[in-house]
Design a protein. Structure first.
Length: 248
C-alpha cells in the first residue's frame, strides 16, 4: 500500500495527468455533441455513436498519460531513486501500473457516462439510456478498456524509456498499424482478428460488433476483454524482466 501511495503522489505531482484526463473527457463529451448535432433528426442516435470519440481518441490520450508516468522518471533520473528504495524493481513498476490503470478506469467511466449524458440531453427523443446489458457494456466497459490500455502503455514505457519514442510507437500502432495489417494480402485479415485493440473494440461493440469502428474478432465480448488484458499482462511481464536486467 505504501508503494501505491508513493506512485499516486508521484503521478499527480505533475500537470500532465490532469491535462490528459481533461483532454480525454473533453474529447469524449465533445464528440458526443458532434455526433448528436450531425446525425439527422430522422435517424436515432445510438449509445455506441455517442461513445465514438471516447473510444477512438480517449484511449490514445490515456496511453500518453501512462507512458509519460514511466518515461518522465527515466528522463529526469528519478527512477534511480525509486529502484534504490525498491531494489527488486518489480513491485515499484507493478504499483505504478496499478495506479495508472485505476486512473485510466476513472477517466474512462467519467468520459463514457458524460458523453452518454450529453447525448441524452441533446437528443431526448432518441430513447438513449442503459436499457440492455449491451448498453451497459458499451458505456461502463470503456473504463476497463482504458485501464488495460494504460497497463500496456506502462510496459512500453519501461521497455523504451524515452517519452517521444514510446508515445510515437503507441500512437502509430494504435491509430494506423492495426488497420494497415488487414490490407496484407491473404493473411492480413487473419492476423487482424487477433490484434489487441481489435479485440478491445469487440468487447465494446458487443456480439454484433456494432459501432462506427466494428471489430472482426472471432472472440465473444467477454473473452475479447480477457484476451486484451492478457496481451497487456504479457507485455508488462516482459518489461519487468528487462527492467531487472539492465541499468536504470
Amino acid at each position: 500500500m505504501n508503494l501505491l501511495a508513493v506512485e499516486r503522489i508521484k503521478l499527480f505531482s505533475t500537470r500532465s495527468p490532469w491535462w490528459c484526463a481533461l483532454i480525454a473527457v473533453g474529447l469524449s463529451v465533445g464528440f458526443a455533441a458532434i455526433m448528436a448535432s450531425a446525425t439527422s433528426a430522422d435517424v436515432p442516435l445510438t449509445t455506441s455513436a455517442t461513445l465514438f470519440g471516447g473510444t477512438q481518441f480517449g484511449i490514445a490520450v490515456v496511453m500518453v498519460l501512462a507512458a509519460l508516468s514511466v518515461t518522465t522518471e527515466y528522463r529526469f533520473n528519478t527512477i534511480r531513486t525509486t529502484f534504490q528504495a525498491v531494489p527488486h524493481r518489480s513491485p515499484a513498476l507493478v504499483s505504478k501500473a496499478v495506479v495508472v490503470a485505476l486512473v485510466g478506469l476513472v477517466i474512462g467511466e467519467i468520459a463514457a457516462f458524460g458523453a452518454l449524458g450529453l447525448g441524452m440531453v441533446l437528443r431526448p427523443k432518441d430513447n438513449l439510456g442503459l436499457h440492455t446489458a449491451q448498453d451497459w457494456m458499451n458505456v461502463a466497459g470503456l473504463g476497463p478498456v482504458f485501464a488495460i490500455s494504460a497497463v500496456l502503455a506502462v510496459a512500453i514505457g519501461v521497455l523504451i524509456r524515452h517519452s517521444a519514442g514510446a508515445i510515437a510507437l503507441l500512437l502509430i500502432y494504435y491509430l494506423a498499424v492495426e488497420d494497415l495489417v488487414s490490407l496484407i494480402p491473404k493473411i492480413g485479415h487473419h492476423i487482424h482478428e487477433w490484434l489487441p485493440f481489435n479485440a478491445a473494440r469487440k468487447f465494446l461493440g458487443g456480439a454484433g460488433a456494432e459501432g462506427p469502428s466494428p471489430s472482426d474478432s472471432p472472440l465473444s465480448p467477454g473473452w475479447a476483454l480477457a484476451y486484451f488484458a492478457g496481451v497487456a499482462i504479457v507485455f508488462l511481464l516482459v518489461a519487468l524482466g528487462v527492467a531487472k536486467k539492465r541499468d536504470a
